[in-house]
Design a protein around this ligand. Structure first.
Ligand SMILES: [Zn+2]
Ligand SMILES: [Zn+2]
Length: 303
């Protein structure tokens, strides 16, 4: 709860406290805090905005705290302008994504907001406008034992912050990634450095965009610019980086495919179709995304 500004008269203070007591009977804590902030802004005579008489320099603070479970807690404070920008950006991305066949979006509102924040960050890092650091565009860097990547090792993969990554996350991240191979001596000294590119080359991505026209997950309307490339058979399991093993998919649905057990198959005419996990569809019917189908296909397609 915010405090009243200094410099107000005793009468103003009494009136404000009376008003807050009245509101407390009628509103929940969330709305009460908003009303208190409005009251405070009405009574203050000092401009606390950036560039004002007495800027409130602590109004943009953020703290990241690592937890023992390998997650990170975000705690921060934004002023009204910053909060409005953040909410505008997140609200447009955090809407539920129900599939057209009435499969509901099972994510909670908080999970949807967190996914939206990740989408936003991924897109920002992928944009050319982001400044380069150390000669390479800033992306997530993961250090991993080769056997862990092939799923039979026990040494966990680590992010550049030193936090371990679950194997399913690692599989998703390495779907379309640049891999640097560094062989270490038993004493931990680099013996050899190689580089193999596992990224989907630009010409192949253009072909994918022409075929898929956006996220291929059933019911999704995200355009190609929001999409990542997914290897249906992962390259660590000898899946090839070729059109018949790749799909365009948005970040949220890429997470869903890797973590919730969706399977991707291809129709006879070469288009991707999704088979839900058994708990969602015991009949295991493959389904295509009608949003990205040609109108003529919609009339003739069986799935
Ligand atoms: Zn993937
Ligand atoms: Zn999608």
């Amino acid at each position: 709860m915010c405090t009243l500004p200094t410099g107000i008269t005793p009468d103003q203070q009494a009136a404000a406290e009376q008003a807050l007591l009245r509101f407390a009977d009628q509103f929940d804590p969330h709305h009460l805090a908003k009303l208190a902030a409005r009251l405070r802004e009405t009574l203050t005579t000092i401009d606390t905005s950036p560039g004002g008489h007495n800027p409130h320099t602590d109004s943009h603070t953020g703290e990241l705290t690592d937890t023992p479970t390998g997650a990170t807690l975000i705690h921060g404070e934004l002023d009204a302008e910053g909060a409005a920008l953040l909410r505008t950006a997140l609200d447009s991305l955090a809407a539920p994504h129900p599939a057209t066949d009435a499969t509901p979006d099972r994510r909670t509102p908080t999970r949807r907001r967190a996914d939206a924040l990740l989408d936003l960050i991924t897109r920002a890092l992928g944009a050319a406008a982001i400044p380069t650091g150390g000669g390479a565009r800033p992306h997530l860097t993961v250090t991993i034992d080769w056997n862990t990547l092939l799923a039979n090792g026990t040494i966990p993969a680590l992010t550049s912050c030193g936090l371990p990554l679950p194997h399913s996350v690692l599989t998703r991240l390495s779907c379309d990634a640049e891999v640097s191979r560094i062989i270490l001596s038993p004493a931990g000294m680099p013996l050899d450095v190689g580089r193999s590119t596992r990224t989907v080359p630009a010409h192949l991505r253009r072909a994918l965009v022409a075929r898929d026209r956006g996220c291929t997950f059933p019911g999704c309307d995200r355009p190609p610019s929001w999409c990542e490339c997914h290897h249906c058979v992962h390259w660590t399991h000898n899946g090839v980086t070729a059109l018949h093993n790749l799909v365009l998919i948005c970040g949220q649905h890429h997470r869903q495919v890797h973590h919730d057990g969706w399977t991707i198959t291809f129709t006879d005419d070469g288009h991707p179709a999704y088979i839900p996990p058994w708990r969602i569809d015991p009949h295991q019917e493959p389904r295509r995304n009608p949003y990205t189908q040609h109108p003529t296909d919609l009339l003739t397609s069986a799935i």
